[in-house]
Design a protein around this ligand. Structure first.
Ligand code: FAD
Length: 387
């Protein structure tokens, strides 16, 4: 397995164990069927509870059943899950970083006790509703809103492109609170069996097909005041969750790219043309040399990010650079791997084209590549270009 500069030699025992558990799970439980799931547009829902038992949902949180593993261990977990499929990693990222994290960071004691252990086990599923049909890259322009009503709030609006919404028990809906001065954005925990909520599935996807994506329609949905996340107000709420999830993506992309590399490396040795393996041709060796180098650079950036996060020194701009670079690397290299597999490369029998299609989503969600470019542009000039 590609680890050219032996970064993983320095892993602690627990980190090695988590990596190996996730790798074995992906090899045995995911890889055999994932091509069929991708073709059929289904998620392997039978694995949701198993992933909970293995501790794959937010193990980097402390308390409420979470073991508080290191940030490197969490990153390695995301790397291994995405080596299986970006849809699998997305499921775990949303559950952990976008739903459990905000409840842990900003929730009341009652909210934490109600949701965190159940979500950690995979008994309850959550989704994160920020994007709207008319507001993607600029979520602060959101139209979804809450009006105070007796002891609670009534929510109206619509969210789209929401991972897991059709199978969720609870949605964190980010909405403008019209009952407070300046309409601050607040997080509302909305159980999906409440009157007035719909979670239709989006079926036309050509990317991330082994992941369930949907809308959230909110038509006069009442939630009691105790369903509001009390600890945060303003865009800091959703943006801080996205920083956590993007951290996992920066790692996950390394896994997807590595899986493409390994598939291409094997194929280069097995496939004979002109009387011998295609891996003996310099053109193919050049592709592997470039792929191996780019993936190693992405891996180093992910490991450094983990060190910064562990020390409390990771800034959103660091995450922007890592998400932007590592996803671009994975997207570019998956295409080269696909190319090396010839005609077989366009089938679901091999992983590169599935990863390549998935990575179009990963390139776009959690801040598009363009938006992270502008974040870095502002970091290096002090001048904002995206408003
Ligand atoms: P737009 O914002 O309309 O962008 C269109 C194009 O314009 C892009 O290329 C963009 O880079 C570019 N652009 C926009 N603004 C600028 C600018 N200022 N300067 C230069 N270029 C610009 N959202 C959630 O809330 N929860 C989820 O669970 C979730 N899951 C998703 C799952 C999938 C499969 C997909 C595809 C998306 C998901 N999203 C989710 C939504 C995702 O985060 C958005 O698609 C993303 O933020 C981009 O928004 P948009 O699609 O509206 O594109």
């Amino acid at each position: 397995m590609l680890d050219f500069v032996n970064v993983e030699d320095d892993l602690a025992e627990e980190e090695r164990m988590i990596r190996d558990t996730a790798r074995e799970f992906v090899d045995e439980r995911v890889k055999p069927d994932i091509g069929d799931h991708f073709e059929n547009g289904t998620f392997p829902t039978d694995l949701i509870a198993e992933m909970g038992e293995l501790g794959f949902y937010a193990p980097n949180l402390e308390g409420y059943g979470s073991p508080n593993v290191s940030e490197t261990a969490y990153g390695l977990l995301m790397q291994e899950l995405e080596a299986g499929d970006s849809g699998l990693r997305s499921m775990a990222s949303v559950q952990g970083a976008l739903v459990m994290y905000p409840i842990h960071a900003y929730g009341s004691e009652e909210q934490k006790e109600e949701w965190l252990p159940a979500m950690g086990r995979g008994d309850a599923i959550g989704c994160f509703g920020l994007t709207e049909p008319e507001h993607g890259s600029n979520p602060s322009a959101m139209e979804t809103h809450a009006e105070a009503d007796g002891d609670g709030y009534v929510l109206n609006g619509s969210k789209t492109w929401i991972t897991n919404s059709p199978i969720s028990d609870v949605a964190i809906v980010w909405a403008r609170d019209r009952s407070s001065a300046d309409d601050p954005v607040r997080g509302f925990l909305v159980e999906t069996d409440r009157d007035g909520i719909t979670t239709n599935k989006i079926t036309e996807k050509l990317s991330l097909r082994a992941s369930i994506t949907g809308e959230i329609g909110l038509n006069d949905v009442y939630v009691p005041a105790e369903n509001v996340l009390p600890g945060v107000s303003g865009m800091k709420g959703p943006l801080s969750c996205l920083t956590q999830a993007r951290y996992g993506i920066a790692w996950g992309a390394v896994g997807a790219a590595r899986d493409c590399f390994e598939e291409a490396r094997q194929y280069a040795q097995d496939r004979d043309q002109f009387g011998g393996p295609i891996g003996r041709f310099q053109l193919q060796q050049r592709k592997l040399a470039e792929m191996g180098t780019q993936i190693t650079l992405a891996q180093l950036l992910a490991h450094r990010l983990a060190e910064l996060k562990e020390r409390g020194e990771m800034r959103p701009q660091h995450v922007s650079m890592a998400k932007r670079n590592n996803v671009r690397t994975a997207r570019d290299q998956s295409r080269i791997a696909r190319e090396m597999l010839g005609g077989n490369g366009i089938t679901t029998d091999y992983s590169p084209m599935r990863h390549m299609a998935n990575l179009e989503t990963v390139y776009t969600y959690e801040g598009t590549h363009d938006i992270h470019t502008l974040v870095l542009g502002e970091e290096f000039t002090g001048l904002k270009a995206y408003q």
